[in-house]
Design a protein around this ligand. Structure first.
Ligand code: 26Q
Length: 767
């Protein structure tokens, strides 16, 4: 395969650019490698008969494609060597090899599942949208976040394979548009499995109206084209919040309808009866975003001549639903009128489903209020999903418990057997083997060459917990990773860091519940304590924070601004900056995560207990040997259960305590009764960090004092105590790296190989 692959690269360069490997521009080389990869992949055998699982998701956050694609085909090392001989390298693709069609955890999970499923030989394909502009790029200007479009197609979509033959039409109330699939091959890791990601692009049926164009009305002539293109133009940059915009509903209907048409056509063309659909496909809904697929499938089956009842029954065997949030503001509802305006035919089906539900509830003598799909002028997507899907799952143990007892409790009472937990995972191929090759080499040497593939073997590493040579080696590897990260941060932020420091990191979307504000307040406390002499010294530590805020989320953007103001001042203070630094890493994304995570000593996972459904960066950090400084929330709980509480740093209210507190919580008294809390919080408005011309952060201050929805002030003292303990424990390097080693050794359950295996066994291919 290698020779063939190299031949294809040369051929693509010759045919498309009339160049060779030496003379090609980086984008030309990139494009040709993508085309050669596709050529190799298309030769893999396809089994048309097996039942396939389909992952419907509005987001796929893949990041760099080249290295992981070549890695899985076993071509990575050979290609790097071949390119090096020609004076070239895959690292030249740094600036454009990035498929960022997702916001954060949910989109990245979809990408991990694709990699894992292919690698453990499970037929899973992804279906989504080929957004023209992906997730925005962040810059920091005058301490504030600015957004820029992610114009990823400017360079070339090297890996996308346009399939005009498979284009379908999607009908809205007053327009019909074309959905053109682009295929991205998903190879398993050194096996013969080749799955696919299928992303639809929206196009007009006719490019422009000739008659109107002839009259000279250019704009009018092109308006259908613009209208169609708009549908797949942009990824909504929201995470855990609900926008309720018409275009978003159009996007959801657009890709799910297109995917279902393609899936049905394949099924019928192979000569099978529609009744046998559940034997050949199962569809996993990634949150409620693709839930409109349920009435759409029913509609399509009715159009084939079946009754509503038959169609309903088939749909009930095809769909499974995953919930990713307990935040009320993130549960999707659509205005009934808007729904009717955009997709009247689908709305009719939803009404029929709702009537059926009302009837069933009546037979059971249940009050309909909490269950209804259509109520108070809105369509409730989670109710639709829970009613029809045969499986409903949460993404970590505590999260599944909360949806059962609270968020979706009414459905749990009605259908207890539908509910199940699938704790999230991450792919160790990208998040360990590719992002930390030195650590992977050490583990492979100690355990076995195949331990990345058979990740359960990682447990054997625990035998080396007291092997000083191994612990020292872990330290050295971390040190080299820190040096690389320091270079990156110098290049991007123009801040010089010292690899001798302890690296303490929080990287994730900015959201109040994730409490980046609490993080910076703890840093401020440490800073002020060093200045006042209350704290004599600490092990030199840099606090790294990376986060993007949704462009419309005002307070989140203000928190980013505050962090940047504080960082600038603290870093400039020569009295403390040999011990304390703060860096805000701009434009946090998958690629910089790959550099930050392997260089981190302490992973901050500090959401208010009960709010973070799972978290997945916590798992990536664990796999790379960071210790967790965190709350009893999401998958943190399972992480410390596996690796031992003594090897991590847990603080703060538990979920039941949060519930009790919420009735009586008084943030003002927390502020007034603890002088350190007050001292840190007051810096939002006093002159500690603010110049005369700088506006005080009254909005953040007030949000803390008036409400403090996420109990930042309550958890802050315990958080500071555990943070200082973790920093001081670093003095005993070996005992610190012993904790690191035990975390790595116990991370196998957080491989998405395990997660996908469970989805396959319990949901997709059960019985
Ligand atoms: C909804 C409506 C309109 C526009 C946007 C949205 C929207 C988009 C993205 C709502 C939510 C999201 C993303 C949610 C998300 O990423 N949730 C995270 O999912 C991870 C994977 O399960 C979990 O680990 C995280 O805890 C959870 O926050």
């Amino acid at each position: 395969m290698t020779d063939k692959f190299f031949d294809y690269i040369r051929l693509a360069l010759k045919l498309n650019f009339n160049k060779d490997i030496k003379s090609a521009a980086p984008t030309e080389l990139y494009n040709s490698i993508g085309k050669a990869f596709n050529a190799v992949c298309s030769d893999f055998p396809q089994n048309e008969d097996e039942k396939r699982a389909c992952y419907f998701s509005a987001e796929f956050l893949i990041g760099k494609l080249t290295k992981s694609n070549l890695f899985n085909l076993g071509l990575l090392e050979k290609t790097e060597k071949m390119l090096a001989e020609q004076g070239r390298s895959l690292n030249e693709f740094e600036d454009f090899d990035d498929l960022a069609l997702g916001n954060g955890g949910l989109g990245r999970l979809a990408a991990c599942f694709l990699d894992s499923a292919a690698s453990i030989d499970i037929p899973l394909d992804g279906y989504g949208i080929r957004y023209r502009y992906g997730y925005f790029k962040q810059t920091i200007v005058n301490d504030e976040q600015k957004e820029e479009a992610d114009d990823w197609l400017k360079f070339t979509d090297a890996f996308g394979l346009r399939k005009d033959d498979d284009a379908v039409e999607v009908t809205f109330r007053n327009e019909k548009i074309r959905a053109v699939p682009y295929i991205y091959y998903i190879p398993g890791y050194e096996n013969n499995r080749m799955n696919k990601l299928c992303l639809f692009q929206a196009e007009a049926l006719n490019d422009f109206e000739y008659e109107i164009f002839d009259r000279g009305d250019w704009q009018d002539a092109f308006s259908p084209m613009v209208s169609a293109m708009t549908i797949s133009a942009n990824l909504y940059p929201n995470d855990n919040s609900e926008a309720g915009k018409i275009l978003r509903l159009k996007q959801q209907y657009f890709f799910t309808s297109a995917a279902l048409q393609l899936i049905l056509k394949r099924h019928i063309d192979s000569g099978k009866s529609i009744h046998a659909l559940p034997d050949s496909v199962v569809i996993q809904l990634n949150d409620t975003h693709p839930t409109i697929a349920i009435p759409e499938l029913i509609r399509l089956i009715i159009n084939l001549g079946e009754s509503f009842d038959t169609a309903f029954e088939i749909a009930g065997k095809v769909f499974a639903y995953t919930n990713h949030t307990v935040l009320a503001e993130a549960l999707e509802k659509w205005d009934e009128k808007l729904f009717l305006k955009v997709v009247p035919d689908v709305y009719e089906i939803i009404k029929m489903i709702d009537e059926r539900l009302r009837f069933e509830l009546k037979m059971l003598n249940l009050k309909p209020d909490e269950y209804l799909i259509i109520k108070d002028g809105a369509v409730h997507m989670a109710n639709l999903a829970c009613y029809v899907a045969f499986s409903v799952n949460g993404v970590a143990k505590i999260h599944t418990d909360i949806i059962k007892s609270d968020t979706l409790n009414q459905w749990y009472q009605l259908y207890p057997k539908k509910f199940n937990n699938k704790t999230n995972g991450v792919t160790q191929r990208r998040w360990l083997a590719l992002s930390d090759p030195e650590l992977t080499a050490l583990i492979s040497k100690l355990i076995s060459e195949s331990c990345v593939d058979n990740f359960n073997d990682i447990k054997k590493l625990e035998a080396y917990a007291d092997d000083e040579a191994v612990l020292d080696k872990l330290f050295e590897i971390r040190y080299e990773n820190k040096k690389r990260l320091c270079n990156y941060i110098y290049k991007t932020e123009h801040i010089r860091l010292d690899p001798d420091f302890l690296f303490c990191t929080q990287v994730k979307r900015l959201h109040e519940y994730k409490r980046q504000l609490m993080n910076i307040l703890s840093v401020i406390h440490i800073y002020l304590s060093l200045k006042s002499g209350e704290l004599k010294k600490i092990n030199p530590t840099v606090f790294i924070i990376g986060a993007k805020a949704a462009p419309g989320y005002k307070i989140a953007k203000r928190i980013i601004e505050f962090i940047n103001v504080v960082a600038r001042k603290i870093n400039a203070d020569e009295q403390t900056n040999s011990m304390l630094r703060v860096v805000f890493v701009s434009n946090y994304n998958v690629s910089c995560a790959e550099k930050i995570i392997p260089a981190t000593d302490i992973s901050e996972q500090i959401s208010l207990a009960g709010k973070e459904a799972s978290g997945t960066s916590n798992m990536k950090f664990m796999m790379n040997g960071a210790v967790t400084l965190g709350t009893y929330d999401g998958a943190n709980i399972e992480i410390v259960q596996k690796a031992g509480e003594e090897n991590n740093y847990i603080f703060g209210l538990r979920e039941n305590e949060v519930r009790e507190q919420s009735k009586v919580y008084d943030p003002l008294s927390e502020y007034e009764s603890n002088k350190y809390v007050k001292r840190a919080v007051d810096t939002l408005t006093n002159a500690t960090f603010l110049d005369e011309n700088e506006e005080p952060f009254n909005d953040i201050f007030n949000s803390l004092i008036d409400e403090d929805r996420y109990m930042v002030l309550k958890d802050l003292p315990d958080y500071i105590e555990k943070k200082l303990k973790a920093i001081s424990d670093y003095s005993d390097r070996r005992s610190f790296f012993r904790k690191a080693l035990i975390n790595i050794a116990n991370s196998s359950d957080f491989s998405s190989d395990r997660t996908v295996r469970e989805y396959a066994d319990d949901i997709w291919f059960k019985g």
